[in-house]
Design a protein around this ligand. Structure first.
Ligand SMILES: *Cc1c(COP(=O)(O)O)cnc(C)c1O
Length: 435
């Protein structure tokens, strides 16, 4: 299968797209044509089995064509259950995406990317130097990437995060690794961290002496496995109930939402897709007016969705170029912080379920569909475990949230971090002496 850039049409295969990340024209890679399936053509039962069947065409004619099942088995090796919401009045299910090592759905993409990159490395060049992956993070992404690449052969990771601006548990997830993972605590903002990563890529000495790469969220290697879990959930629901469920997807940069659109476009039984966003309303405003107005991001309780300029819109426009068709294909509901708080309290009260603030935007959206729409079958994606956001959730439900065992295991590990000012030269010196 070939992929092209959303901008110039630059063509590449999947391994190239994954190793390169961003197209050289600044665009995003998308498949030339999505394969089409009938749901009963898929025979697998578990997520890794279904993912392998669905992703085989994407890897066709690459050196990893025969490794797809192995990649899926090793990367998607944690539970990802679709379960009915107890006490709901209709066919309402929750797709729990947060049982990976860092308790958010980003583990799915990061682990798949790491498994693919590790296997691709020997095929892409004879360069024996380790690949150095740089990640600036405001919280969730860095932890998932660090966890996923920890102890991978031939790859090392430098994560930069702003001092005092990530939660205690998030910091633990960034700093508990050691070995091939370095955590840099920067005395500055997230934007400073991101600028230092960009400067590294632009620095001639760094480029010459190091083999640099990025693992940002627009990488196809993260989107494809997310598409696969939407496919799997739609098939599980269809096999069990004989109906196509609608999907409600909390989204920020539109990664999770676009992955669901691709799953639907491939022919899987997804009746409709509704996006839930927070107070960053760029997407719903666009669908209402046709006017694309990216803006600065606004801080909300659902912080991993604080995106004012969702980059995957470029991929969605490539999938459905006509605005009216796009508007017919997708809806988006903005959810304010106060509504997030109320939804967490409400669903704890009536279902006994505790949502993270991101997941709560999805359940708020369900509650605000029309009464007729609510009688149809729905799946709401739960994107993180509430224990990751305990400082928000616990005061609302007035009890402690149980910490899942995978997260607990990380919280008790020792911390390794390097503290630096927000100054590129110090970071550069550290990178260059890393051997
Ligand atoms: C990253 C993240 C999101 C948003 O994901 P997109 O890829 O931007 O759609 C939602 N919830 C959680 C918990 C996240 O970490």
């Amino acid at each position: 299968m070939q992929f092209h850039s959303t901008r110039s049409g630059e063509e590449i295969d999947l391994i190239g797209a994954i190793m390169q990340g961003l197209a050289s024209d600044g665009g995003l890679f998308v498949p030339d044509a999505l394969p089409r399936f009938k749901p009963d053509e898929v025979s697998g039962e578990t997520l890794p089995e279904i993912a392998a069947e669905v992703l085989v065409p994407f890897f066709a004619e690459t050196p990893l064509a025969d490794s797809v099942a192995d990649i899926c088995n090793s990367a998607l090796n944690f539970p990802l259950p679709l379960r009915p919401v107890p006490g709901a009045e209709s066919d309402l299910s929750v797709l729990e995406l947060f049982h990976g090592p860092t308790a958010a759905f980003k583990d799915v993409g990061a682990r798949f990317l790491a498994a693919t990159m590790e296997r691709a490395l020997p095929h892409v060049s004879a360069d024996a130097r380790p690949l150095t992956i740089l990640v600036a993070t405001s919280g969730d992404t860095g932890g998932a990437v660090a966890a996923a690449f920890h102890r991978r052969e031939g790859i090392r990771v430098a994560v930069l995060y702003p001092r005092g601006q990530v939660s205690a548990r998030q910091e633990k997830q960034l700093t508990c690794w050691g070995d091939n993972v370095r955590a840099y605590e920067i005395d500055g903002t997230f934007d400073d961290c991101q600028a230092m990563v960009k400067e590294s890529f632009a620095d001639a000495t760094c480029r010459e002496r190091l083999r640099l790469s990025a693992a940002n969220s627009i990488n196809l290697g993260r989107l494809l496995p997310q598409m696969a879990y939407h496919v799997a959930a739609s098939i599980w629901h269809w096999r069990q109930h004989g109906t196509a469920a609608g999907f409600i997807v909390p989204t920020g940069n539109l990664g999770n939402g676009l992955a669901c659109m691709w799953a639907q476009a491939m022919g899987f039984p997804i009746r409709e897709i509704v996006l839930a966003v927070n107070a960053n309303r760029t997407i719903p405003d666009f669908l209402a007016t046709g006017d694309w107005q990216p803006r600065r991001s606004q801080v909300t309780l659902a912080s991993a969705m604080d995106v004012g300029n969702p980059s995957n819109m470029e991929r969605l426009r490539d999938l459905i170029p006509d605005f009216d068709a796009l508007r017919a294909a997708i809806r988006a509901f903005p959810v304010e912080d106060e509504q997030i708080r109320q939804q967490i309290a409400k669903d704890y009260g009536r279902y006994g379920e505790v949502w993270c603030p991101h997941t709560a935007t999805g359940f708020w959206t369900f509650d605000h569909l029309s009464p007729e729409a609510r009688t149809l079958p729905w799946v709401v994606c739960a994107t993180a475990h509430p224990a990751k956001f305990e400082s928000i959730v616990e005061p609302i439900i007035q009890r402690e949230v149980d910490v899942p065992p995978a997260l607990e295991a990380l919280l008790t590990k020792p911390t390794h971090k390097i503290q630096l000012p927000a100054d590129f030269s110090a970071f550069r010196a550290g990178l260059l002496e890393w051997s």
